[in-house]
Ligand binder design. Structure first.
Ligand SMILES: [Zn+2]
Length: 168
């Protein structure tokens, strides 16, 4: 008889001491608890990480970007060639990492048609129970505003811009 069949016989042995069986059951429960807790923590961490930055953080960052962009725009009568030229404070540097500028290189005129996106989140925010969205700094009636755009509308506006402003 092989070792394998011996050990399986042992497992099935109803005459095993009760305390050994109890200990085995307890360690099984403990292992299960550890697995479930770790998975739950992992799921929570991943959903937090995916949702970062939160809607309010993203909005606040976009407003800071809007203010500095607008100051540059009014002073220079055009949009900057890159976002790095904006006087963003050190603690707000992450804005430059989070936002994508739509006019890199040449910049753009100081005023653009309604609905033109100037800068937007460089990745779509996906949250549980929410449709995917991005925050955008854009022109509305000749002024810069911050708007939350559902991903579909965002993509449509970008497409529109390519036809309205083929040079940029
Ligand atoms: Zn964002």
């Amino acid at each position: 008889m092989s070792d394998n069949s011996l050990s399986s016989q042992k497992l099935a042995d109803p005459k095993r001491p009760a305390h050994v069986q109890k200990r085995r059951r307890l360690s099984l429960y403990r292992a299960l608890t550890i697995v479930i807790t770790t998975s739950a923590a992992l799921i929570l961490f991943v959903s937090w990480w995916r949702a970062y930055p939160r809607r309010s953080e993203c909005y606040n960052a976009a407003v800071v970007l809007l203010k500095t962009l607008d100051a540059y725009r009014l002073e220079n009568q055009r949009l900057p060639p890159i976002l790095d030229v904006l006087p963003l404070e050190r603690k707000q540097r992450y804005i430059l990492g989070h936002f994508e500028y739509q006019f890199p290189g040449l910049g753009a005129p100081a005023t653009l048609p309604d609905g033109t996106i100037v800068a937007n989140c460089n990745r779509v925010h996906t949250m549980v129970f929410h449709e995917p969205w991005r925050c955008a700094v854009m022109f509305r009636e000749g002024k810069l505003v911050v708007e939350f755009l559902p991903e579909k509308i965002f993509e449509n506006l970008l497409e529109q811009r390519k036809t309205v402003l083929p040079l940029y």
